[in-house]
Each structure stands twice: as C-alpha cells, then as structure tokens.
Design a protein around this ligand. Sequence first.
Ligand code: ZN
Length: 459
Amino acid sequence: MSALLDLLGDTLGPGGIQTGADVEARRRGDGNGPHGVLPDCVLRPRTTEEVASVLATCDRLGQRVVVQGGLTGFAGGARPLAGEVVLSLERMRGVAPPDPASATILAEAGAPLEAVQQAAGSAGLLLGVDIGARGSCTIGGNVATNAGGIRVLRYGMFRDQVAGLEVVLADGSVLSSLSGLRKDNAGYDLKQLFIGSEGTLGVVTRARLRLHPKPAGEVLAFVAASGIAAVLDLLARLRAALGASLSAYEMIGGTLYQAVALEGALRMPLAAGAPLYLIVEVTGAEPARDRGRLEAVLGAAADEGRVGDAVLAESARDIADIWRLREALGRYTLKLAKVQGFDIAIGLDRIAAFMEKTGRAVAAVSPAARVLVFGHLGDGNLHYLVDDDDPAIAKAVYGCVAEAGGSIAAEHGVGLDKKPYLSYSRSAAEINAMRRLKAAFDPKGILNRGRIFDLSGDP
Ligand code: ZN
C-alpha cells in the first residue's frame, strides 16, 4: 500500500488520496445491502489520464481495486472486499452542454444522472432513462450496471442511450468512442462490452449519451386491475392504440399498495383492496389525442370487467403524487427488517404462470411471509420482495425464475450479492465465456474482482 501511495501521491495531487481517518464510513457499501470492510485508501482522480495512471500503477503492483460511483446499487457491486483500494469517480462530475446537431450530451462518469437530465431539459431535450436514485447515482454506475427504470418501454435501457464511451482498462490503456458515430462497423463495437459489465472489464470515465425530443405532454392514469391476465390484456390494447407513446407501464401488487396506504403518509389515488394496480404513462406529441385514446382503451377494458376503477391525473400535482407513490414503494420495502429482494425479469408470455407458481413456492417455505411485488411490468421486470429472510425462499424464487427462462438480475446487476445465483440464469458455457473476456481485459484480475462471478483461485 505504501508503494502505491508513494507512486500516486504526486499524480493525484491535493485531495486525491484519502487514507486512515479521512476514509468516510459510507465507503463500506452501496447503502442498501450489508456493509463491507472500510477501505484503507480511496483514490480520487480528476481526469481520464489520472484514472489511467491509477490503474496502470495498481496493475503493476497487483493491487485490487473496487470502483465506486454514487453508492446507490442494490447488488453489492461497489462494496469493498479486504485488500481492495477504492477508485472513486466523484471528482469527475463534468457535464457539457448538449450538442443539438447530434442530439447527444457528453458527461463524465461521476456526474449525477439528474445533472445530465437537467442539462438535457434546459436544451428542450430528454434523457430516456429515469430512476429513483437520480440525484445520487452517477453516469458511470448507470453505464456499468446498464440501468433501467420506468421508461425502458419507450426508450430502452442505458445501453440504448450510449452513443459513445471512454473506458480505461486495467493496464491503463484508454479506449475511446466518444465521437458517437451512428454507424461504425469498423471491427468490434467494444463499448458494448463495458455496458452492464459492472466495472469488471474496465472503468468508464466519460459517456456520450443520446437525447430525445421532449414530449409535448404527459398523460397519466392509475388503474385497479383484477389480476395479471387483465394487466397483460390491457398492455396489449394500449400498445395497439398508442404505439411508442406508451412510455411507462408500472405494476403495484395489492398487498404492497395496502401496506403503503396504511402508513398514511401519501395521497393514494384509489382505495386499497384490488389485486393489482397500474400506472400508465403516455407521453406523445399530441397530449389531448393521447388522453382520448387512453380513456377509450380504459373504458372498453372496464366495460368488459377487466379493469376496475381508474383515475386520470388532472393536474401537475396529481402527476407528482402518483410518481411520489411509485418511488415510495422501494423505500417501504427497504424499511422491513427481514426482507429479501429479487430483481427479476420474466417473459410476458410466462409471467402469469410464474407469479402463481412462485407465490405457492414461497408459501410452502414460509406460510406467513408477505409477497410484495412492484415493477416495470411492460418490460417483464418485477421487483419481487418477500418479508422473510429464510435462504430457502431465495432458492425457491430463483428456481421458478430458472424454470421460466427468466433473469435473476434484470436491472440492478449481479455484484457480490446475486453471484451465488448466476447459474440460475446463465449456462456454464456462458459463464466460461465471461471468464475468458475478463482474462483478456484484466489478466491480473485487479478490477472489481469477485463481482458477477469468481475467478479461479478465489475463495
Ligand atoms: Zn426498477
């Protein structure tokens, strides 16, 4: 460690290295999961060149590194392990003005998502990804985890926003595709490898992100539904009527809705008691027409008894209240003492059978456990929570995910916490191919080692 500090002290300058009592307690984890060790040292470069120097030096010394962004993850990817130094991108927060010609924006890895959203908005443009942690999560972490959120249905995941990347490899070499060409098939599209690879293949330092025209207006409905079949039927009807204007289709399980309503802290749009609730967002170029179409679809579904009560937001306050409720769901589940959270994706053709079967499997392990579900139903992504920490529940849920051909990590990543379950979603051949990529980009295994999968020789 002292050799590392000697070599990097001049490079990183004042404030560039924290050690001992200067290392803050928050460095121990990503805020939601269990805490790891307090690192001995935090390296805080200001430029890509400094990141390259840090990694080249660590690589030469065989020093393991864990990369930290906004520390808002849910899978322990940024949680330090013994012997690791922290590489924090927090001093690289720059956001350039959007480029109107290409409709892109260049941001440094440590820039908060919200800062990029605001810069885009001030130019009449929109970044397609929005998540609850927008104020704290950073662009580098968003790229590294391929973040999703509420508008994937319309704009895709973070991968779809990335026009170009600058990445530093473990040996300090810099790969850059920041020109953001729409068409570039001159060999491999290397940037794709780093999106969603959780910092195991390289460290993102800058990203050029695609922006979209800001919609003319937002029409929002809150709907009570009789069950998952009705929810899927309504989704198909809305897609047919609204096409790409359908921008969010969020589901809330009745048990969770009732629990949040009982807390009494929020204005609930509808009475509790329905099996499921939906938030339907339409953002198009013609809000009045969109509203009429949405009302027509909801009316027809209600006439057939598929959906119950529905309300349309009448004001900006109504809209804000519904999204406030949506963001309160995750916070409610995080307060529970023994909760286990699963971030899973299931094909929409299998999701009804999956929900029924998984509910039975959980009840077989723990008859009293509550199943609290919410999520991005339009993407088949469920945040499936159970308020019982029996490890047999994780096996039961992931067993059902595997049987349905689903994913154990839809949008939160694998990190340290989901690693034991990777084989429920990926074949041995796939995991072997991942290990070969890791060996090619980081032969000494210094970068975020042990995240996603173990390397040979790891405990
Ligand atoms: Zn989510």
